[in-house]
Design a protein around this ligand. Sequence first.
Ligand SMILES: Nc1ncnc2c1ncn2[C@@H]1O[C@H](COP(=O)(O)OP(=O)(O)O)[C@@H](O)[C@H]1O
Ligand SMILES: [Mg+2]
Length: 282
Amino acid sequence: MNDQSAPVLRVTDLNVTYGTNHAVRHADLVVRRGERVAVVGESGSGKTSLAGAIAGFLDAGTVEVETLELDGSSIERTGPAGRIPVRTPGLSMIFQDAMSSLDPVWTIGSQLVAVLRATERVSKRRATADAIERLRAVGITDPDRVMGAEPHELSGGMRQRVMMAIALASKPALLIADEPTSALDASLAVGAMQLMVDLAEQEGTAVLVITHDIELCRRFTDFVVVMYQGEIVEQLPSSRLDGATHPYTRGLLECVPTLASARLDELPTLESVRARLEGTAA
Ligand SMILES: Nc1ncnc2c1ncn2[C@@H]1O[C@H](COP(=O)(O)OP(=O)(O)O)[C@@H](O)[C@H]1O
Ligand SMILES: [Mg+2]
């Protein structure tokens, strides 16, 4: 059964607290098979906490969740976050900083081969050949050298490609990417995002991507989830972003420079959006 509309991820009433700080409040979320969903919202709105709670990658805080299902199977996450990330079959996560996704002392080849062999029972030789192909597929022109390199021997851009190759080598049902392009400048960010969605599509992997770049949402995702102060305040198809109704989403849209509002001093700031929302008019 490979129902296109079947949920890959189903979340109801997910909460993350850090002491008295209720960082994610009653979040409900569905990601369908092969779908690309963006989570947007300003810094501190709870995006990383939400993603980390789903992925099992929170290093602090307490998670409470009513339903958390990946591919129809329930995942247990309720309780204090552990320091050691939980490996969940079918789910991969990548981070803004590729260094934190890669093991610093293992070669790229051994990390990639290990993931491939943990996913499918293949010979080391076959996995090695597959690893080289996967490095080529992420645009690495000298895969033999990269196979033998440790992460610190690669440039930031190369590490990020490698990270994507490793994250997708396990053919996960869902890839969660927390601001995967925000360390890159705008022109590189578009290419990296394109690469990520292309690779995910090849593996049939759904993507939940956190970004604060609304243009990247428009271009690369099917659906947008907007967070504001710990709550999901709006969810809508990316193609209908212009029709967003929540004032915060409208504010985010207004913050995108367009040709018509290209003068920097005319752009609203997030502070002015917040002031308007809170009725303290800037
Ligand atoms: N490890 C932590 N310990 C305590 N508070 C945290 C921790 N991580 C995040 N928070 C708090 O949770 C809230 C949401 O943060 P975060 O999930 O990182 O938001 P975002 O990713 O949207 O910037 C913020 O108030 C932040 O200060
Ligand atoms: Mg974050």
